[in-house]
Design a protein around this ligand. Structure first.
Ligand SMILES: Nc1ncnc2c1ncn2[C@@H]1O[C@H](COP(=O)(O)OP(=O)(O)OP(=O)(O)O)[C@@H](O)[C@H]1O
Length: 121
């Protein structure tokens, strides 16, 4: 049982590594994550602010990974052009966009006033 659970974690980790190998967008998310964590440490965020940032960052990663998985399935079942395949990919990409915009709002609310104060000095 424990070995099976450990193997499942291994497959999940392998999935993230595989996605990182093929998806340039994920490297952008990785760079953004490093910048956000750096800014969070610099500004000494409160506990609840870290919670909001962690949720926003994790949700964007999650949306991008699900989008990558869906693209792979669509390419498998519909390698040729099909309007439904296109719609599925567009909707999945839309999910990433919506989450990225929500994360941007969280970022602006938490870091905006601090960066503004820094620039106004
Ligand atoms: N099999 C298909 N049939 C119809 N339209 C497709 C198909 N594959 C892709 N498309 C259209 O082309 C767009 C881009 O597809 P693609 O697979 O290149 O996704 P992408 O988001 O650019 O991928 P990546 O994240 O790898 O850059 C899709 O959002 C969709 O509108």
């Amino acid at each position: 049982m424990v070995r099976k659970r450990a193997a499942s974690f291994g497959y999940a980790f392998r999935g993230v590594v595989a996605a990182l190998r093929t998806e340039v967008h994920l490297w952008v998310h990785a760079a953004a994550t490093v910048v956000v964590v750096g800014l969070g440490l610099y500004f000494g965020l409160a506990r609840w602010e870290w919670a909001a940032v962690a949720l926003a960052v994790g949700a964007v990663w999650c949306a991008e990974l699900v989008n990558t998985a869906l693209e792979a399935v669509v390419n498998l079942v519909s390698p040729d052009y099909h309007p439904l395949a296109g719609r599925a990919k567009d909707v999945a990409a839309g999910a990433v966009l919506v989450m990225a915009l929500a994360a941007l709002v969280v970022g602006l609310l938490i870091f905006g006033p601090r960066v503004w104060a820094l620039l106004a000095l």
